[in-house]
Design a protein around this ligand. Structure first.
Ligand SMILES: [Cu+2]
Length: 161
């Protein structure tokens, strides 16, 4: 019975009823993706981080800093000569046992970057990799919120028709 009623309705009428919800949904998705958030978290500060390198890993292997921080990494080696190169920032340091190296940069662009050993140090050298994460992962959060809104919006659109 219900199907007949829907079929009997004019298409333009259905479309007209869907438009407001679709528009609202798109608007909300746009907001979720683009709205400048008051970035929470601490103010930019100087972060001194000790990394110890040995074949074939960095410890700690994952660094988290806030955007804007001045990052000073002191690299120590426990065995042979190792290097540390930070992708995206183009800075590097070298260390050998007893002779630490240091590098410094301002974490002014967000996202995750690789840190790699920059001195061939053995068979697994290519896999001597760490990670630098700058800032809160807002992109991911925005994507999640946007897809939730999209899902809710399409449900609503079809329930109303
Ligand atoms: Cu290496």
């Amino acid at each position: 019975m219900k199907a007949e009623v829907i079929r009997g309705r004019r298409v333009s009428e259905l479309t007209a009823r869907r438009w407001p919800v679709a528009g609202l949904t798109l608007g909300l998705i746009g907001l979720a993706l683009l709205l400048p958030l008051p970035i929470s978290g601490s103010q930019a500060q100087e972060r001194r981080i000790d990394i110890s390198a040995r074949s074939f890993e960095f410890d700690p292997g994952i660094l988290r800093v806030n955007r804007g921080d001045t990052v000073i990494i002191q690299l120590q080696s426990k065995d042979v000569v190792h290097g540390l190169y930070v992708d995206g920032y183009g800075v590097s340091a070298q260390a050998e046992p007893g002779q630490p190296g240091e590098l410094r940069f301002v974490a002014d662009h967000g996202r995750a970057f690789r840190m790699r050993c920059s001195v061939p140090c053995g068979s697994l050298h290519p896999f001597m990799i760490g990670k630098l994460i700058v800032g809160p992962n807002l992109t991911w959060l925005r994507a999640v919120v946007a897809s939730l809104i999209a899902a809710a919006g399409s449900l609503l659109t079809f329930w109303r028709s």
